[in-house]
Design a protein around this ligand. Sequence first.
Ligand code: FAD
Length: 317
Amino acid sequence: MKVIDYINQAKDTILSYEVLPPLKGKNINSLFQHLDPLMEFKPSFINVTYHRSEHVSKQQQDGSVERVEVRKRPGTVGICAAIMNHYQVDAVPHLICGGFTKRETEDALIDLNFLGIDNVLVLRGDAAKGDSEFVPMPNGNNYAIDLLRQADRLNKGLYLEEDILDGFKTNFCLGVAGYPEKHFEATSLEEDLGHLKAKVDAGAEYIVTQMFFDNAKYFDFVDRCRAAGIMVPIVPGLKPLTNKKQLSAIPRIFNVELPQDLVNAMNNSTTDEGCEKVGEEWLTYQSKELKKAGVPVLHYYTLGKPKIVYNAVSQVF
Ligand code: FAD
């Protein structure tokens, strides 16, 4: 079933999770062990992130150093199929522009369609490690909107080979990312909103937000989107804070602000368990307030911390 149908048919806030593919070399059971307890709360769908390959330096036997390409977390499409098969829950693969030609993207979309996966979260992806800015592949998509348009063309039966006439029409429900505190590359929130509106006008049916720790930022973002004519559902993305290192890492990496009360509570904690408790309580508080405000979905970035998400979700759903 499509994400937009889950949202439109729901009478109350629904639940979804986001997981990462296991590191290469790990069994898929590690992912199932992560998800098993969280399934108690009956998520409507589970997103699976996509990870581009990166270049790393590897010492060769003769002592020389060679740059090699590695993909540390492969398998997004296969994992989506495995999740659907194992739990009978819809999976939403993320597809990114970075590292893919349009032809490879079309092949991935065809695989998804053959597997019965009708949902895709369409993203640009970040710059490759070591690059100062995002560089598309030759013959690749440049922005999320370009990938969205490609998927939308497939929904109309239009393939890259123009001689395919009367092509099979896929039926993808396409979501995109939005940034309550602005994407770090945009010069202003207005400019960013303009690009977000273009994605919606091009066929995105819903938006999932970057994580935020201050609900006021989400509410303000929704108001600004509505004023700009962006009327699709806006799904808040929530991540638990779990340790003090994140107090500097998260704002730097994700361009989000942490409320002073949260920073103080973390800094006043003297143990790892204490920090996790602070993160759990903050996540629970955010979730309760958002649910009360009638958000369509609470989407949790579970990222290796299923217990904290479990404890928060159990107090909300
Ligand atoms: P875009 O919408 O293409 O925007 C990128 C930047 O370009 C923005 O600053 C925007 O304002 C600007 N822009 C957009 N269109 C234009 C245009 N036509 N001309 C000029 N400027 C333009 N990354 C991964 O690698 N894998 C994942 O699985 C993944 N999942 C994510 C899930 C969510 C919910 C979110 C919020 C992010 C995720 N990311 C993921 C990170 C994401 O790929 C990065 O934030 C990336 O830098 C931007 O992606 P985007 O889809 O928002 O890009």
